[in-house]
Design a binder for this molecule. Structure first.
Ligand SMILES: Nc1ncnc2c1ncn2[C@@H]1O[C@H](COP(=O)(O)OP(=O)(O)O)[C@@H](O)[C@H]1O
Ligand SMILES: [Mg+2]
Length: 252
Protein backbone atom coordinates (compact mmCIF):
# COMPACT_ATOMS: atom_id res chain seq x y z
CA UNK A 1 0.00 0.00 0.00
CA UNK A 2 1.26 3.45 -0.88
CA UNK A 3 2.19 5.67 2.00
CA UNK A 4 0.02 8.72 2.74
CA UNK A 5 1.34 10.02 6.04
CA UNK A 6 4.80 9.62 7.52
CA UNK A 7 5.82 10.73 11.00
CA UNK A 8 9.57 10.49 11.29
CA UNK A 9 11.35 10.72 14.65
CA UNK A 10 9.11 13.52 15.94
CA UNK A 11 9.99 15.06 19.29
CA UNK A 12 7.83 17.66 21.01
CA UNK A 13 8.21 19.52 24.29
CA UNK A 14 6.30 22.06 26.34
CA UNK A 15 8.92 24.21 28.01
CA UNK A 16 11.33 21.76 29.58
CA UNK A 17 8.86 18.86 29.48
CA UNK A 18 9.42 16.48 26.57
CA UNK A 19 6.11 14.78 25.75
CA UNK A 20 6.95 13.05 22.45
CA UNK A 21 10.24 11.19 22.35
CA UNK A 22 11.08 10.71 18.68
CA UNK A 23 7.97 8.86 17.53
CA UNK A 24 7.80 7.34 14.04
CA UNK A 25 4.93 5.69 12.17
CA UNK A 26 3.19 5.72 8.80
CA UNK A 27 -0.41 5.59 7.60
CA UNK A 28 -1.04 4.12 4.14
CA UNK A 29 -3.52 5.41 1.55
CA UNK A 30 -7.00 4.63 2.89
CA UNK A 31 -5.63 2.93 5.99
CA UNK A 32 -7.37 3.41 9.36
CA UNK A 33 -4.89 3.65 12.21
CA UNK A 34 -5.95 3.94 15.83
CA UNK A 35 -3.76 5.84 18.29
CA UNK A 36 -4.54 4.89 21.86
CA UNK A 37 -2.85 5.33 25.22
CA UNK A 38 -3.52 6.59 28.74
CA UNK A 39 -4.40 10.20 29.48
CA UNK A 40 -1.41 12.48 29.02
CA UNK A 41 0.44 10.00 26.79
CA UNK A 42 0.81 12.66 24.06
CA UNK A 43 -1.93 11.69 21.59
CA UNK A 44 -3.39 15.17 21.12
CA UNK A 45 0.11 16.63 20.96
CA UNK A 46 0.97 14.19 18.16
CA UNK A 47 -2.15 15.23 16.20
CA UNK A 48 -1.27 18.90 16.70
CA UNK A 49 2.21 18.37 15.31
CA UNK A 50 0.78 16.50 12.31
CA UNK A 51 -1.88 19.15 11.56
CA UNK A 52 0.65 21.95 12.02
CA UNK A 53 -0.92 23.59 15.07
CA UNK A 54 2.34 22.93 16.92
CA UNK A 55 5.78 23.08 15.31
CA UNK A 56 7.76 19.98 16.27
CA UNK A 57 11.06 20.38 18.09
CA UNK A 58 12.66 17.91 15.71
CA UNK A 59 11.68 15.25 13.21
CA UNK A 60 9.68 15.25 9.99
CA UNK A 61 6.07 15.00 8.87
CA UNK A 62 5.39 13.98 5.24
CA UNK A 63 2.09 13.95 3.38
CA UNK A 64 1.91 11.91 0.17
CA UNK A 65 5.69 11.96 -0.06
CA UNK A 66 6.02 15.70 0.46
CA UNK A 67 7.85 17.10 3.48
CA UNK A 68 5.29 19.35 5.21
CA UNK A 69 7.20 19.82 8.48
CA UNK A 70 7.59 23.56 7.97
CA UNK A 71 4.22 24.26 6.36
CA UNK A 72 1.50 26.22 8.19
CA UNK A 73 -1.93 24.69 8.89
CA UNK A 74 -3.71 26.18 5.86
CA UNK A 75 -1.09 24.85 3.44
CA UNK A 76 -1.47 21.38 4.93
CA UNK A 77 -5.24 21.61 4.54
CA UNK A 78 -4.78 22.65 0.91
CA UNK A 79 -2.60 19.55 0.42
CA UNK A 80 -5.34 17.26 1.72
CA UNK A 81 -5.14 17.19 5.49
CA UNK A 82 -8.51 17.21 7.21
CA UNK A 83 -9.27 17.34 10.87
CA UNK A 84 -12.29 17.07 13.09
CA UNK A 85 -11.97 18.83 16.39
CA UNK A 86 -13.42 17.81 19.71
CA UNK A 87 -15.25 21.14 19.92
CA UNK A 88 -18.17 21.60 17.58
CA UNK A 89 -17.47 23.31 14.29
CA UNK A 90 -21.10 23.81 13.23
CA UNK A 91 -22.45 27.35 13.00
CA UNK A 92 -25.23 27.41 15.62
CA UNK A 93 -27.34 30.14 14.02
CA UNK A 94 -27.38 28.60 10.53
CA UNK A 95 -29.66 25.81 9.36
CA UNK A 96 -28.21 22.37 8.78
CA UNK A 97 -28.56 22.84 5.03
CA UNK A 98 -26.69 26.13 5.13
CA UNK A 99 -23.95 24.57 7.25
CA UNK A 100 -23.56 21.90 4.58
CA UNK A 101 -23.55 24.40 1.72
CA UNK A 102 -20.84 26.45 3.45
CA UNK A 103 -18.69 23.35 3.87
CA UNK A 104 -19.27 22.18 0.29
CA UNK A 105 -18.35 25.57 -1.12
CA UNK A 106 -15.42 25.92 1.25
CA UNK A 107 -16.44 29.50 1.90
CA UNK A 108 -16.01 31.57 5.01
CA UNK A 109 -19.01 32.48 7.06
CA UNK A 110 -18.24 36.13 6.28
CA UNK A 111 -19.26 35.54 2.68
CA UNK A 112 -22.48 33.94 3.83
CA UNK A 113 -24.58 36.70 2.22
CA UNK A 114 -23.46 35.29 -1.13
CA UNK A 115 -25.00 31.99 -0.18
CA UNK A 116 -28.57 33.04 -0.89
CA UNK A 117 -27.84 33.28 -4.59
CA UNK A 118 -25.69 30.15 -4.54
CA UNK A 119 -28.40 27.98 -3.00
CA UNK A 120 -30.17 28.08 -6.35
CA UNK A 121 -27.07 26.51 -7.93
CA UNK A 122 -28.23 22.98 -8.77
CA UNK A 123 -25.00 20.91 -8.52
CA UNK A 124 -24.26 22.20 -5.03
CA UNK A 125 -27.80 21.54 -3.89
CA UNK A 126 -27.66 18.02 -5.28
CA UNK A 127 -24.39 17.38 -3.44
CA UNK A 128 -25.89 18.76 -0.23
CA UNK A 129 -28.92 16.49 -0.58
CA UNK A 130 -26.75 13.44 -1.21
CA UNK A 131 -24.59 14.25 1.79
CA UNK A 132 -27.56 14.82 4.11
CA UNK A 133 -29.37 11.74 2.78
CA UNK A 134 -26.32 9.62 3.63
CA UNK A 135 -26.73 10.47 7.32
CA UNK A 136 -30.54 10.62 7.29
CA UNK A 137 -30.67 14.36 7.89
CA UNK A 138 -32.29 15.66 4.70
CA UNK A 139 -35.68 15.90 6.40
CA UNK A 140 -34.08 17.98 9.15
CA UNK A 141 -32.29 20.34 6.74
CA UNK A 142 -34.10 23.47 7.93
CA UNK A 143 -33.41 22.77 11.61
CA UNK A 144 -30.69 24.45 13.61
CA UNK A 145 -27.82 22.23 14.82
CA UNK A 146 -29.18 22.49 18.37
CA UNK A 147 -32.46 20.92 17.21
CA UNK A 148 -30.88 17.58 16.25
CA UNK A 149 -29.32 15.11 18.70
CA UNK A 150 -25.71 15.47 19.78
CA UNK A 151 -24.88 12.21 18.01
CA UNK A 152 -26.38 13.53 14.78
CA UNK A 153 -24.37 16.73 15.17
CA UNK A 154 -21.14 14.74 15.44
CA UNK A 155 -22.03 12.64 12.39
CA UNK A 156 -22.80 15.80 10.46
CA UNK A 157 -19.47 17.36 11.44
CA UNK A 158 -17.60 14.26 10.41
CA UNK A 159 -19.39 14.23 7.08
CA UNK A 160 -18.61 17.89 6.57
CA UNK A 161 -14.93 17.21 7.26
CA UNK A 162 -15.09 15.09 4.09
CA UNK A 163 -16.55 17.92 2.00
CA UNK A 164 -13.08 19.25 1.20
CA UNK A 165 -12.11 15.76 -0.02
CA UNK A 166 -9.17 15.24 2.36
CA UNK A 167 -6.62 12.46 1.81
CA UNK A 168 -6.01 12.24 5.54
CA UNK A 169 -8.45 12.76 8.37
CA UNK A 170 -7.18 13.36 11.90
CA UNK A 171 -9.82 12.55 14.52
CA UNK A 172 -9.34 13.39 18.18
CA UNK A 173 -11.91 11.70 20.40
CA UNK A 174 -14.72 11.94 17.82
CA UNK A 175 -17.07 10.01 20.11
CA UNK A 176 -16.57 12.27 23.14
CA UNK A 177 -19.95 12.86 24.78
CA UNK A 178 -21.79 10.28 22.66
CA UNK A 179 -23.88 7.43 24.00
CA UNK A 180 -22.69 3.87 23.36
CA UNK A 181 -25.23 3.56 20.55
CA UNK A 182 -24.28 6.85 18.93
CA UNK A 183 -20.60 5.92 19.15
CA UNK A 184 -21.32 2.59 17.45
CA UNK A 185 -23.13 4.50 14.69
CA UNK A 186 -20.10 6.69 14.22
CA UNK A 187 -17.84 3.65 14.02
CA UNK A 188 -20.07 2.12 11.35
CA UNK A 189 -20.00 5.37 9.44
CA UNK A 190 -16.18 5.42 9.34
CA UNK A 191 -16.26 1.99 7.69
CA UNK A 192 -18.57 3.15 4.89
CA UNK A 193 -17.27 3.23 1.29
CA UNK A 194 -17.25 7.06 1.51
CA UNK A 195 -14.18 6.79 3.75
CA UNK A 196 -12.53 3.99 1.80
CA UNK A 197 -9.80 6.12 0.26
CA UNK A 198 -9.32 8.42 3.21
CA UNK A 199 -6.40 7.64 5.51
CA UNK A 200 -7.63 8.06 9.07
CA UNK A 201 -5.64 8.58 12.25
CA UNK A 202 -8.15 7.99 15.03
CA UNK A 203 -7.41 9.00 18.60
CA UNK A 204 -10.00 7.70 21.03
CA UNK A 205 -10.21 6.07 24.39
CA UNK A 206 -13.46 4.38 23.40
CA UNK A 207 -11.99 0.92 22.82
CA UNK A 208 -15.02 -0.43 20.96
CA UNK A 209 -14.74 2.42 18.48
CA UNK A 210 -11.00 1.99 17.90
CA UNK A 211 -11.12 -1.80 17.69
CA UNK A 212 -14.08 -1.62 15.31
CA UNK A 213 -12.59 0.96 12.96
CA UNK A 214 -8.80 0.59 12.96
CA UNK A 215 -6.87 -1.75 10.66
CA UNK A 216 -3.85 -1.21 12.88
CA UNK A 217 -3.38 0.21 16.35
CA UNK A 218 -0.50 2.14 17.89
CA UNK A 219 -0.21 2.42 21.66
CA UNK A 220 1.39 5.62 22.89
CA UNK A 221 2.80 5.57 26.42
CA UNK A 222 4.74 8.47 27.93
CA UNK A 223 5.48 9.85 24.47
CA UNK A 224 6.84 6.67 22.89
CA UNK A 225 5.18 4.05 20.69
CA UNK A 226 4.88 1.25 23.18
CA UNK A 227 3.16 -1.35 21.00
CA UNK A 228 1.72 -1.78 17.52
CA UNK A 229 -0.56 -4.38 16.00
CA UNK A 230 -4.03 -5.43 14.93
CA UNK A 231 -6.93 -5.05 17.38
CA UNK A 232 -6.56 -8.72 18.24
CA UNK A 233 -2.81 -8.47 18.85
CA UNK A 234 -3.24 -5.37 21.01
CA UNK A 235 -6.02 -6.99 23.04
CA UNK A 236 -3.81 -10.03 23.66
CA UNK A 237 -0.68 -8.01 24.53
CA UNK A 238 -0.10 -8.41 28.29
CA UNK A 239 2.05 -5.31 28.60
CA UNK A 240 -0.61 -3.21 26.91
CA UNK A 241 -3.29 -4.65 29.16
CA UNK A 242 -1.17 -3.74 32.14
CA UNK A 243 -0.57 -0.10 31.21
CA UNK A 244 -3.87 0.47 29.50
CA UNK A 245 -6.69 -1.72 30.65
CA UNK A 246 -5.24 -1.95 34.14
CA UNK A 247 -4.88 1.81 34.38
CA UNK A 248 -7.25 3.52 36.81
CA UNK A 249 -7.85 6.29 34.30
CA UNK A 250 -9.77 3.89 32.10
CA UNK A 251 -11.90 2.12 34.67
CA UNK A 252 -14.43 4.95 34.78
N1 LIG B 1 -0.17 23.39 26.15
C1 LIG B 1 0.50 22.62 27.01
N2 LIG B 1 1.43 23.13 27.84
C2 LIG B 1 2.11 22.34 28.70
N3 LIG B 1 1.94 21.01 28.80
C3 LIG B 1 1.02 20.44 28.00
C4 LIG B 1 0.25 21.21 27.06
N4 LIG B 1 -0.58 20.36 26.40
C5 LIG B 1 -0.35 19.15 26.90
N5 LIG B 1 0.61 19.17 27.86
C6 LIG B 1 1.16 18.01 28.59
O1 LIG B 1 1.70 17.14 27.63
C7 LIG B 1 1.43 15.77 27.94
C8 LIG B 1 0.66 15.13 26.78
O2 LIG B 1 -0.62 15.75 26.66
P1 LIG B 1 -1.65 15.35 25.52
O3 LIG B 1 -0.96 15.35 24.21
O4 LIG B 1 -2.81 16.24 25.67
O5 LIG B 1 -2.01 13.85 25.93
P2 LIG B 1 -3.26 12.94 25.54
O6 LIG B 1 -3.97 13.58 24.41
O7 LIG B 1 -2.66 11.61 25.20
O8 LIG B 1 -4.11 12.85 26.77
C9 LIG B 1 0.65 15.80 29.26
O9 LIG B 1 1.58 15.60 30.30
C10 LIG B 1 0.08 17.20 29.29
O10 LIG B 1 -0.08 17.64 30.63
MG1 LIG C 1 -5.98 14.25 24.16
Amino acid sequence: MAEMLRIDNVTQAYGGLTVLHGISFTVAVGEKVGLIGPNGAGKTTALNVISGLLPSVSGRVCLAGQDITKLPVHRRIALGMGRSFQITSLFPELSILHNVLLALLGVQKSSYHMLRSITSFKPVNAAAKELLDSIDLWQARDCLPSEISYGQQRRLELTLALASRPKVLLLDEPSAGLSTEESAGLGKMLRLPTYENVAILLVAHDMDLVFGVADRILVLYYGTIFAEGTAEQIQRNDKVREIYFGSEAYRA
